[in-house]
Structures are given as C-alpha cells and as structure tokens.
Unconditional design. Structure first.
Length: 387
C-alpha cells in the first residue's frame, strides 16, 4: 500500500502508576517511587472515572501528516472541525495542533462557537488523541493524567506503521500545559483499550493489551495487576478480541461500552461484516452475559446493531462502521451517521433510550471512519475534579 496516496488503517515523571492502591497493600513488591505514586499529591486515592461524568473540557487533535492520510487529509480535517463544533455546543474543546498548522486549525474550527474551541500548539502526528493522550484519574479534590506509553499501537516494522514520535510525547506536554500531575503507567497501551464504569470495573480485550507488540513477556495476570494498580479498578472483565486484523488489535471502545454501572452497550455487526468480527461479537456477548462487575452485579447487555455495508456512504477495508464508538459529552452523546437511514435511526433510538437526559447528536464522519476510527477515538475527556 502506498501510504502517500491512501489512508492507512486507523491510529494507522515519571512515576510508576500504582495510582489507587494503598502503599501498605503493596508491601515490598514495589519500589519506593511506586509507593509514593499510589495516591495523589493530597493523599487521595485515584481512579479512572466513567466517561459519562461531568467534563471540564474535551481534547481533540488536528491530523498533521499527508503521508498518513494522502489526498484525504483535508477532508479528514473537515470532519474533525465538524465534530469539534458540535461538541463545543456542550463543553469547551481544545484542539492540539502542530505550531505550523495551528492557524489552519483555528480558521477551520473557529474559536467562538458556543463554549469555545481553543487551538493549543503542541506537536502531534495524527488525530487519535483517545489513544495517545493522557487517561485522566480523579479523586476527591485531585486529578492526575496517566501516560500509557503510546508506541504507535506496536506496529513498528509492519504495514500498519505510521510516525508517532510527536504523539508519544503529547500526553506529557498537554499535562504540563494544564498543570496536571503526570503518572507514567507500568504498561503500554492506549485510551481506547480501557473502558470503565467508574466503580471499579474495567472492560478490556486481551488482543490489544496482552500482546508482545505492547507488553512483551507479560502474562495476562501481570497486565491485569498493572491495570488495577494504575486505574484504581478492582476487577477486569477480559474479552478475547482479535489481534492483527486492524491497527489497534481490536480496541474495546469499538466493541463494548459501559452505559452505567451494571449496564453495557455491545456492538452488533451489521450485514456485510466479515465472519471473524461476527465471531468476536459472539464471544464477547457470551462473556458479558455471564459476567459480574466489581460490585457483584450481573451485567445487563444492550445490543447496538451496525449498519448494512451495502447502504452506507463509506467504503474501504478499514472503514469503521461502528455506532458503539460514540462519545458522551456534557448533556449529549455524539454518534456517527453512516447513510443507512434505517440503521442510523435505529441506533439513534437505542442511544436515546440508554441516555434519556442527553441530546443525541448524529455527525457525518465518513472521512475519519475511513481510517478505521470514530468519534470516541478522536476525543479525550478531562473530567471535573470531584469535591
């Protein structure tokens, strides 16, 4: 594949992150620096909150490289500006952009819409800030950002490779800009591989985290321990996922999402989806229907059917036709609209039922989706600090 002509598939200090475990519980297993990082600066224990809580702002990123997106670059930027504008109706938006591209980003996004869109000059490579940006952790009176050591989805030396050095450094730069404490995770991963209910339960795919391209030599049990220490969770519900068939190795945020504690939204493949992804759905459904969360509750599963590939506007092997990659903002849910009118309206109704107090905002993101990602992949929330 000639990367200069066609888009790739998507996403194509310094402290140890034992953020929510009391130091005494870790005993002599961790070094002194890890014990000190078990709590925030004010002594509170940190935890990854659920996305549907209140946000201070949402971060996005301006795609930088024609070597990644080819002739589609400007169209992808148009999609990013469209999402930023709609999102700014509900909360402040900050768009990271390379200094030399910031003027174009400001012109395209505008800076005065609704709650406002700010363009922040931080070097980046691509738009997938969910994965390379910080994953925020909170506690009463405290906030920190977990840097998950982005390594380009572990795709160095493969056809999926794309430059990622600027993206890898962006989390630290962004946290420094806002004066938020940075914690370095003891694992390699991405924000799209982490889905939590905010009450101690994490959903994750084995394929994206227990993988030699991120965490070589680590067993599933070791990765799980790292996740619990870093994110303040007490239970990880693993689903197998699928390695090697997309650049993320099957992130959870395109597959299953928490609607609320004890309630999960599951992506149901639409007509035309390949058998291997249907098998992933069936495996995931079986596991979720028999699982309990950290509080001992059985999970209630709502299925979100995907569109019929015959009727959508988008084309290409990497096109992500998943409604499940939606984003919960303050007072709204931002979801994709793919052009299959029946499926679009059905997904709208299901999400409105799941989030009855929020506006459901449908957005054409065909250019973003052509790279294998969606609205959730292109956003990262900074939660409000709990009182």
């Amino acid at each position: 594949m000639n990367l200069s002509q066609t888009p790739t598939s998507r996403r194509s200090l310094l402290k140890f992150g034992a953020a929510a475990v009391p130091a005494v519980a870790l005993g002599g297993l961790l070094p002194a620096t890890a014990a000190r990082a078990a709590t925030a600066a004010n002594g509170a224990q940190l935890r990854m909150p659920a996305e549907d809580g209140r946000h201070t702002r949402t971060f996005m990123a301006w795609p930088a490289l024609s070597s990644v997106w080819g002739n589609s670059l400007w169209n992808v930027r148009t999609d990013i500006a469209r999402v930023a504008y709609q999102l700014s109706r509900y909360e402040p938006v900050v768009v990271l952009a390379r200094p030399g591209q910031a003027a174009d980003a400001r012109y395209s996004c505008g800076t005065g819409a609704y709650y406002g869109i700010t363009v922040l000059e931080i070097p980046n490579d691509d738009l997938w800030i969910r994965d390379f940006g910080p994953t925020f952790l909170t506690a009463p009176g405290a906030i920190a950002g977990l840097d998950t050591n982005f390594n380009g989805w572990g795709k160095t030396g493969t056809p999926y490779y794309q430059p990622f050095a600027n993206d890898a450094a962006a989390a630290g730069s962004l946290l420094a800009e806002y004066g938020v404490e940075r914690i370095t995770a003891p694992f390699v991963g991405e924000g799209g591989s982490l889905e939590t209910d905010g009450e101690g339960t994490l959903l994750a795919t084995v394929s994206s985290l227990v993988n030699s391209n991120r965490n070589p030599g680590k067993s599933q049990a070791q990765v799980e321990q790292d996740l619990k220490f870093s994110l303040g969770v007490s239970k990880v519900i693993w689903v197998p996922g699928l390695a090697g068939q997309d650049i993320t190795d099957c992130h959870i945020d395109c597959l299953a999402r928490f609607i609320a504690p004890g309630k999960v939204m599951l992506d149901q493949p639409g007509p035309g989806v390949s058998a291997q992804w249907v098998a992933v759905y069936n495996e995931t459904k079986q596991i979720l229907q028999s699982a309990t969360d950290a509080q001992g509750r059985r999970l209630s599963v709502t299925e979100l059917p995907g569109p019929d590939k015959r009727y959508i506007r988008g084309t290409g092997k990497e096109f992500l036709s998943s409604y499940t990659n939606y984003y919960t903002a303050n007072g709204a849910v931002l979801m994709p609209q793919f052009g299959d009118s029946y499926a679009d309206s059905t997904a709208y109704s299901i999400l409105q039922s799941a989030y009855p107090t929020r506006d459901i905002v449908q957005i054409n993101i065909d250019n973003i989706a052509s790279g294998g990602g969606g609205i959730h992949c292109a956003t990262q929330s900074q939660p409000v600090v709990p009182r």
